[in-house]
Design a protein around this ligand. Sequence first.
Ligand SMILES: Cc1cc2nc3c(=O)[nH]c(=O)nc-3n(C[C@H](O)[C@H](O)[C@H](O)COP(=O)(O)O)c2cc1C
Length: 186
Amino acid sequence: MNETLKTILSRRSIRRFKEEQIKDEELQAILEAGKFAPSAMNQQPWHFTVVQNKELLQKINEVCRAAFLKSGIKNFEDRAKAENFTIFYNAPTFIIVSADAKAIAPQNDGSLALGYMFLAAESLDIGSCWIHALNLVLTSETGEALKKELGIPEGYIPVGSGAFGYKGIQQPSPAPRKENTVNIIK
Ligand SMILES: Cc1cc2nc3c(=O)[nH]c(=O)nc-3n(C[C@H](O)[C@H](O)[C@H](O)COP(=O)(O)O)c2cc1C
């Protein structure tokens, strides 16, 4: 099997990270991979916000905690009550992908970019995980101030975010993949 396929099959969502920050050149390689994702009409409508600042990471975590606490969803509320609540598993690097709302397919383009970044990270033996909660916060009214602080451009919608860092656990085994999801018509 070639290296690309091996990377695709071996990538897993990683939920425990080392404290040590990833190298700048590794971050740049990950971002470059994101930029080379396909996009509708090649609009490349994305914007990547990279947060490595510990205070800001902590603040994002607390904003998510507050949103969880008043979500009305029991599972979220229970998680948020835990003292060691961490929305991005204490990862040292957090990348938020937003995209121009006026683009043809901002959600699709942004998601692909994030997916490419996950694969690039795996190829460098860097762990990653999609973190959905921030989206819930940023798309709510309470998220407006945070959107500004994060420098998400005006008119851009949050698409998704990813935690990145050196893996703090052994590579998990893959969850079984569903059967009967393919129909090949020849
Ligand atoms: C749109 C999307 C949202 C996700 N949100 C979260 C999340 O908020 N927290 C988390 O730990 N994992 C999240 N994940 C990761 C999935 O749980 C994970 O991809 C899935 O269980 C399959 O495992 P694998 O990535 O190891 O193959 C998300 C994945 C996607 C694609």
